[in-house]
Design a protein around this ligand. Structure first.
Ligand SMILES: NC(=O)c1ccc[n+]([C@@H]2O[C@H](COP(=O)([O-])OP(=O)(O)OC[C@H]3O[C@@H](n4cnc5c(N)ncnc54)[C@H](OP(=O)(O)O)[C@@H]3O)[C@@H](O)[C@H]2O)c1
Length: 315
């Protein structure tokens, strides 16, 4: 079968489409999915650019963490799915979803409801789950009526879902975006859109700040948080952020939290149901066929993207 592999690390020219062995028939609670589409996430771009060991890792396993497609076979302990079902899933850290077939545990997948497009379903798992779990898990948005929420990086994958989910929960939502993407973010339901630099100047006190690219320094954000406010980040990059995380456990006042996305089937089902009901939109900016994977990566990291780039794999 065809699968995306890395020939090294660096720019998108290191991406290859290899002929590799198809997965073995599923055992236990695993399902074999014929992949129709897989979206590109920041995580794919990071692996390709060169997280240490990524070249070997990428050759062994492959890129692609979001998939949507059709169940082709099920293991003997599978209870939730049958061959022919349409599913979406978030794969584990070894990825491998940008391939014609993939085997995964049933608990990572959810049924794609009738009426939801398979390409849209492929754009949902990692970014949608991260937004949902950051806002309602780490930030407790469900118990913060009329919260003032700042989504930093609101036009990206995670950001575009976070804006919509926070607005649905009744929050007052402000998004940050570069100038050309402001209308896009407003169209997602943001009450205000500001540039990245203007959001944390201390004039506003936020109940929740979601830092989607993981670039903010918690020490600098702290004065812009309400007394029980929280900054949730997708990345603990610096020593200073790790220190703030540890301090948060013992200190009063604004908190700092890290979201580690979990492939919870119930959460993915909840998101897909919102899509089915027309309450959540999967903003697919561009759909690219598998043989143009390098072009898809180039576009995904161009800072032009509004929402998601999805790669189509099998018809
Ligand atoms: N912790 C976890 O479990 C987890 C899970 C999923 C993803 N992640 C991480 O989350 C990050 C974001 O993922 P994504 O899929 O949402 O990425 P994405 O679609 O590429 O979006 C990135 C967003 O960040 C903004 N941005 C980029 N560079 C910026 C800068 N220098 N200053 C301010 N804003 C900037 C962009 O805004 P503009 O282009 O509008 O300026 C864009 O809206 C990735 O690094 C990924 O690895 C972590």
């Amino acid at each position: 079968m065809r699968a995306v592999r890395l020939s090294g690390t660096g720019d998108p020219s290191v991406l290859r489409i290899d002929d590799v062995a198809a997965p073995r028939p599923p055992t236990g609670d695993r399902i074999l999915v014929r992949v129709a589409a897989s979206s590109i996430n920041g995580t794919d771009l990071g692996l390709r650019r060169g997280v240490p060991g990524a070249a070997v890792f990428g050759r062994l396993v492959g890129l692609g963490f979001d998939i949507a497609g059709e169940v082709a076979a099920v293991g003997p302990a599978v209870t939730a799915f049958a061959p022919g079902d349409r599913v979406a899933a978030l794969l584990p850290h070894n990825g491998g979803g940008q391939a014609e077939e993939v085997v995964l545990r049933q608990g990572r997948a959810a049924l794609v409801p009738a009426g939801v497009d398979i390409v849209e379903a492929a754009g949902l798992p990692l970014a949608g789950l991260t937004a949902l779990q950051a806002l309602f898990g780490r930030a407790g948005l469900g118990t913060r009526p009329s919260a003032r929420v700042l989504v930093y990086g609101a036009a990206g994958g995670i950001g575009s879902f976070a804006v919509q989910l926070a607005a649905l929960a009744g929050a007052h939502v402000t998004g940050t975006a570069s100038a050309a993407k402001r209308d896009f973010v407003r169209g997602l339901g943001a009450d205000d859109v500001v540039d990245h630099e203007g959001a944390l100047d201390g004039r506003e006190r936020w109940d929740v700040v979601l830092d989607t690219p993981g670039l903010l320094d918690p020490v600098q954000v702290r004065p812009a948080l309400a007394p029980d406010g929280v900054l949730v980040t997708t990345r603990v990059a610096a020593v200073g952020t790790a220190r703030e995380l540890a301090l948060g456990a013992v200190r009063r006042g604004p908190r700092f939290a890290f979201v580690a996305t979990s492939a919870r089937s119930q959460d993915l089902t909840r998101l897909l149901d919102l899509v089915r009901r027309g309450l959540l939109r999967v903003p697919v900016d561009r759909v690219v066929p598998l043989d143009q994977i390098a072009e898809a990566h180039r576009y995904a990291e161009s800072r032009e993207v509004r929402g998601k780039v999805v790669v189509t794999i099998s018809p």
